[in-house]
Design a protein around this ligand. Structure first.
Ligand SMILES: CC(C)(COP(=O)(O)OP(=O)(O)OC[C@H]1O[C@@H](n2cnc3c(N)ncnc32)[C@H](O)[C@@H]1OP(=O)(O)O)[C@@H](O)C(=O)NCCC(=O)NCCS
Length: 157
């Protein structure tokens, strides 16, 4: 794996809403109606129980993630890395950062859904300790199947 030492992770700013939404449309929602619009990302930026994380190469946005925190469960809504930064550990670093934050917040498990056909991301999450729990036909606009994944993060005594 190539290393991404020059990248920094930091919370998103309001100005990131437009590029984050564009990355979601291009990298995650391709072929589906665009649901993570700049307005929706902005709403998430304002929610105290949601973290919007960015990975930056100088001023350039290389990746981002959006995670909602509940009492014991966190939901990873989106995570994406620009194509030219793939396979350099950026996704793993963002996920590790979020899981550290979740542990600090008392979260026991992290949940997510992704497109069944997204084999690369499924392998990424399996590699990061997630397990596939259930298939949900029609989850995406009634036309596409999702796979739900789960990672228990709290260390059991
Ligand atoms: C999934 C995604 C976030 C991974 O980000 P990344 O920064 O490229 O991943 P990392 O470099 O941290 O990968 C860590 C490990 O995960 C596995 N992995 C990552 N991408 C993989 C792929 N496409 N195929 C198989 N394994 C993969 C590998 O084991 C990798 O280690 P290695 O490179 O040493 O073999 C990225 O491919 C992406 O943005 N995809 C489009 C958006 C998306 O599908 N998001 C998920 C749904 S919300």
């Amino acid at each position: 794996m190539k290393q991404s030492r020059h990248l920094t992770l930091k919370l998103a700013a309001p100005a990131d809403a437009v590029p984050i939404a564009a990355m979601s449309r291009e990298l995650i929602e391709a072929g589906l109606p665009w649901s993570w619009t700049p307005e929706r990302v902005t709403r998430n930026l304002r929610q105290p129980e949601t973290l919007v994380l960015t990975a930056r190469d100088g001023e350039r946005l290389a990746g981002f993630a959006i995670m909602q925190f509940g009492d014991e469960r966190a939901h990873l809504s989106l995570l994406a890395v620009r194509l030219d930064y793939h396979r350099q550990g950026v996704g793993r670093r963002m996920l590790e950062w979020l899981i550290e934050s979740a542990l600090t917040a008392g979260i026991a498990s992290v949940h997510l859904e992704l497109r069944e056909t997204n084999h690369g991301a499924r392998r990424f999450y399996l590699r990061q300790g997630f397990a596939e729990t259930v298939r949900i036909p029609g989850y995406y606009r009634g036309v596409e199947t999702a796979v739900r994944m789960l990672r228990e993060i709290r260390i059991k005594p």
